[in-house]
Design a protein around this ligand. Structure first.
Ligand code: UDX
Length: 435
């Protein structure tokens, strides 16, 4: 089995490397020659735990290669995966399919012999059919099938998620394509991981509905956290109390500063637009989007509230900038909204993130970037934890307090034990807990 992977972003690179790890010959293609040159040199362009080992193993076994030559890769492949970006079109909120279309047309021209084209990018319902049309236009005599195979991996746990998914979803319409896809996922089927075959539109809806449901859980617990603060309840105990109901489940009930990242914001918006287009309004998801946007903005005010609501001339030490821990990804990170609000309120912002500062510097230029957490706390009136990096949980809180001008801590991830913070002389405020 020979696989071509078009696009070497998070999904493409992780999927390509893991397919090589399954034992297939994989060639990863990207139009970004600089990125391919780095990969050829063994340099991984993104921070993703464990990915370097899988890529290196694949390269050493000569099962994983990188190229800009799409035609060469596609013409010798049995399956071609599309893992190019589908960013939000800022004018419409819909997914912008220009990269998918360009790749589909190039693939069409390069096809020789029966090939399965697999959509791995998150795309609006109906895209598999459109991809089929673009390929057919580019090459009217080609023999191929287009399959939808959405990816559910999380950044920061991408390799682990790819190798141990809860399920694999494959939307297709032909037995020939089913044989190829079954062979590709046989290593997972052998470990009793459920492989769900559906129609193509169904697979496309599963991806959006899955992400939207998870976003909804987070939006829900965040509003419950506000309620807990208002009435003197503890949201962590509430999350345990409802999560133990097996119909609800304990996951994705961690309150925080609002969800961010490359998927939830984009996919919830795209689902709402798809619903509008189809005449099936997704009003619940629409309200989750608005609730999350308000929450991200409100977190700056929450930090200000630790100092009585005024930040003019005050310094805020911000710990964490990325949208979650174990990634360098800043896309849609709550930190961006928080920093804008803090600056609007007149604060000086000193920030530290273990991996995200290079990316953050492109987005936030009025921030003082610091060496470490203690440097960010230096002279601060309040320290706020924005991302749940484990190194923040292990901070020496007395040392941190000694760096600060006044000892206030706002923990937007409930990462620190409040009793430990208090024992270190910090005025501590978490999320959804009155302590
Ligand atoms: C998500 C989906 O989990 C994954 O299946 C899909 O393929 C891509 O989108 P990812 O964006 O990498 O993955 O991160 P995830 O761990 O799901 O977190 C998304 C956001 O929700 C982050 O901002 C995170 O901080 C937030 N979150 C998550 C919470 O605030 N509380 C939670 O309980 C869980």
């Amino acid at each position: 089995m020979r696989i071509a992977m078009i696009g070497t972003g998070y999904v493409g690179l992780v999927s390509g490397a893991c397919f090589a790890d399954f034992g297939f010959d994989v060639i990863c293609v990207d139009i970004d020659a600089g990125k391919i040159a780095r990969l050829v040199d063994g340099d991984i362009p993104i921070f993703e735990p464990g990915l370097d080992h899988v890529v290196e193993a694949g390269r050493r076994a000569e099962r994983l290669a990188f190229t800009t030559d799409l035609e060469g890769a596609v013409s010798s492949a049995d399956a071609v995966f599309l893992a190019v970006g589908t960013p939000t079109d800022p004018a419409t909120g819909r997914a912008d399919l220009r990269y998918v279309e360009a790749a589909a047309r190039s693939i069409g021209k390069a096809l020789t012999g029966y090939t399965v084209i697999v959509d791995k990018s998150t795309v609006p319902v109906g895209t598999a059919k459109r991809v089929e049309g673009w390929i057919r236009e580019a090459n009217p005599t080609a023999t191929f099938d287009v399959v939808s195979n959405p990816e559910f991996l999380r950044e920061g746990a991408a390799v682990q998620d790819f190798q141990n998914p809860d399920r694999v979803v494959i939307g297709l319409e032909s037995d020939r394509a089913r044989d190829v896809m079954s062979a590709i996922y046989q290593p997972l089927a052998n470990r009793d991981i459920p492989i769900l075959f559906t129609g193509r539109e169904t697979a496309e809806v599963i991806k959006y509905a899955g992400n939207a449901f998870l976003a909804l859980k987070i939006g829900f617990i965040n509003e419950v956290a506000d309620l807990c603060e208002a009435v003197g309840a503890d949201v962590l105990e509430v999350a345990d109390g409802i999560g133990l109901d097996s119909r609800i489940g304990p996951k994705f009930l961690r309150p925080g500063p609002g969800y961010g990242g490359s998927c939830f914001p984009k996919d919830t918006l795209a689902l709402v637009r798809t619903g509008e287009d189809a005449g099936a309004p997704q009003s619940i998801v629409d309200s989750v989007i608005r609730s999350n946007a308000a929450r991200k903005r409100g977190m700056g005010d929450k930090i200000a509230s630790a100092l009585g609501g005024t930040l003019a001339g005050r310094t805020v030490g911000l710990l964490g900038l990325t949208f979650k821990a174990n990634t360098d990804d800043m896309r849609e990170s709550p930190a961006v909204d928080i920093v804008s609000r803090l600056l609007e309120l007149g604060a000086v912002v000193r920030a530290y993130d273990p991996q995200g500062m290079e990316e953050a510097a492109h987005l936030l230029d009025s921030v003082e970037y610091c060496r470490d957490s203690y440097d960010a706390a230096d002279g601060a009136d309040v320290v706020a934890i924005v991302t749940e990096w484990s190194e923040f949980a292990a901070l020496d809180l007395e040392r941190l307090r000694d760096c600060m001008r006044s000892p206030h801590m706002v923990d937007l991830r409930n990462l620190i034990d409040p009793a430990r913070a208090r024992a270190a002389g910090l005025n501590y405020m978490g999320i959804g807990r009155v302590i």
